[in-house]
Unconditional design. Structure first.
Ligand SMILES: Nc1ncnc2c1ncn2[C@@H]1O[C@H](COP(=O)(O)OP(=O)(O)OP(=O)(O)O)[C@@H](O)[C@H]1O
Ligand SMILES: [Mg+2]
Length: 509
């Protein structure tokens, strides 16, 4: 007999409907799964067999064929276990096939018949457009995440037996209702800017970057606090909007990074890949394309510590996402586009020994070594970084000071106020921060007085800045004037933005 069960699969960050057809026919006992299954799907055979037996059902000693349709998309993961098990029960006449028609099923089975959590449940619920189903049965651990969005009732289930009881007694499980207070819970950060002594100029640069979502590079000697400062940037970034939280949760959900007891990611992501990372790990890809670090940092921060240590091809792969805010992963069968609107924070020493240009300590490197080290950061990559900050070694007086430093909460108040201005400015557009303005928006929102124009012209000539650097200076100036609560870009705002670009001439010039 033939049975059909409905489920969903994931390709990239999108979900698509799958029909699982199961045929049980006379012949030598066997079970074949077709429809481009990966190894995890193929292994479903063993899990389903044990789960059925251990839940008190018969695994039919016949020839079983399972087809995952559409058959031309590669299927991966164990999320089809539940649907396959139900299909076998219906095809072997242990339950009525009509029971399965009106629901969607997702879940991995463990050998004892318990239903384990799956990845990408939020992507699935946001993709369900049809109202032709009565509800979605999925693992209870995924219920919170799945219910954030979508219109289909969600029925959380724990075991295969429970699913069958529910199908015959639909009142036994009420549809899941999300506790909205969960959406107010935020993670606490250990690090605070109050821990960082001195470095007033660097902290200001980080505040500007956080307010407008600008990319930033810190360069300085060992132990000057670059890593310490970068690790605290999340604590001064404005909170995510609900839409941003949903986008971020959807991405992390596909890789199974969403904690089931909360179900939503409220804190901006901070990703800090090691410098041995490959280009696929950074920008995404693989035989079944998966998002990389740049996509996991979407709406948050990608921190590349010791950036010259990263392989050149890995850094160059960042050029497209830094410019376009998305990554395109092309494969023979299909091209996928992953969002990648992140803030790049990079840190580096100025030379192999780390003390080049330091007024206190001498540098041991020769000019060839310094050039070679700095040239690991290519011109085009440097051009895409809006703010360059020199982080000097801390003087002993600063280090021993007992003066109270400004806390992250105080700084965050200012960056949030500035971001609110930006959100209002870009209402009804896909962007919400100055750093993501396109050329047209720059012309519209960054008009300059004659005095400012003269100042910028002089800077472009003296620092030999590119057209891209010109645009990026205007964006940073807009953020500085928003922080100051000024409608217009004033010469002092522009001068500060220019100063953040002058470093590439000092070091790379
Ligand atoms: N401004 C500061 N205030 C307080 N402590 C500091 C400061 N700067 C550095 N430190 C101390 O020095 C340690 C080392 O700093 P950090 O690792 O951030 O340096 P770094 O600039 O990243 O060095 P490297 O170039 O070697 O990676 C910190 O963990 C902290 O204890
Ligand atoms: Mg460091």
């Amino acid at each position: 007999m033939l049975a059909k069960v409905h489920s969903f699969g994931i390709s990239g960050l999108e979900a698509y409907p799958i029909t699982i057809e199961v045929d049980v026919a006379n012949g030598l006992p066997s079970m074949t799964i077709v429809g481009l299954p990966d190894n995890a799907v193929k292994e479903s055979r063993e899990r389903v067999r044990s789960a059925l037996k251990n839940s008190g059902f018969k695994f039919p000693p016949q020839r079983i064929t399972v087809n995952l349709s559409p058959a031309d998309i590669k299927k991966e993961g164990p999320a089809f276990d539940l649907a396959i098990a139900l299909g076998i029960l219906a095809a072997s006449e242990q339950i009525s096939p009509s029971l399965l028609r009106e629901y969607l099923f997702l879940g991995e089975l463990s050998l004892d018949g318990r239903i384990q959590s799956i990845t990408g449940s939020l992507c699935i619920t946001t993709s369900i457009k049809k109202d032709s189903f009565k509800g979605l049965l999925l693992p209870s651990k995924n219920a919170k995440e799945a219910s954030l969005c979508g219109r289909l009732p969600i029925f959380p289930v724990e075991t295969l037996k429970e699913v069958l009881y529910f199908l015959e007694n639909p009142q036994s499980i009420p549809p899941f209702v999300l506790d909205k207070t969960l959406l107010l819970q935020k993670d606490h950060f250990d690090g605070d800017f109050a821990d960082v002594k001195g470095q007033i100029y660097v902290k200001r640069g980080l505040e500007v970057a956080a307010a407008g979502g600008h990319n930033l590079l810190m360069i300085g000697p060992p132990g000057s606090g670059k890593t310490m400062l970068a690790q605290r940037i999340i604590s001064i970034l404005p909170d995510m909007t609900f839409e941003e939280s949903l986008e971020t949760t959807k991405i992390h959900s596909v890789l199974g990074f969403v904690r089931s007891h909360i179900g939503i990611i409220q804190n901006r992501p901070f990703r800090s890949p090691h410098h041995t990372a490959s280009d696929v790990a950074l920008v995404g890809g693989g035989p079944i394309p998966k998002p990389g670090e740049v996509t996991l940092s979407h709406n948050g921060v990608l921190f590349l510590d010791e950036i010259p240590e990263f392989r050149r091809n890995v850094l160059e792969a960042l050029r497209q996402p830094l410019e376009e805010n998305y990554v395109t992963v092309a494969r023979a069968s299909k091209t996928l586009r992953f969002p990648a609107k992140f803030m790049l924070i990079a840190s580096m020493n100025p030379c192999p020994c780390g003390w080049y240009m330091d007024p206190q300590k001498g540098c041991n490197c020769n000019s060839y070594q310094i050039q070679k080290y700095l040239s690991k950061i290519s011109g085009p990559l440097l051009d895409r970084i809006d703010i360059h900050l020199e982080v000097p070694a801390l003087r002993s007086t600063e280090l021993l000071t007992t003066t109270l430093q400004e806390t992250s909460a105080q700084i965050k108040k200012r960056t949030t106020r500035s971001r609110d201005i930006q959100i209002k400015r870009f209402v009804n557009t896909p962007i919400s921060a100055n750093a993501h303005m396109n050329h047209k928006q720059i012309r519209q929102y960054c008009p300059l007085s004659n005095e400012c124009k003269a100042l910028l012209k002089k800077a472009i000539e003296e620092l030999k800045l590119s057209a891209r650097a010109h645009d990026r200076i205007l964006k940073v100036s807009r953020t500085i004037s928003d922080l100051a609560g000024s409608d217009n870009i004033l010469p002092e705002h522009l001068a500060e933005a220019i100063q953040y670009r002058s470093l590439d001439r000092n070091w790379w010039g």
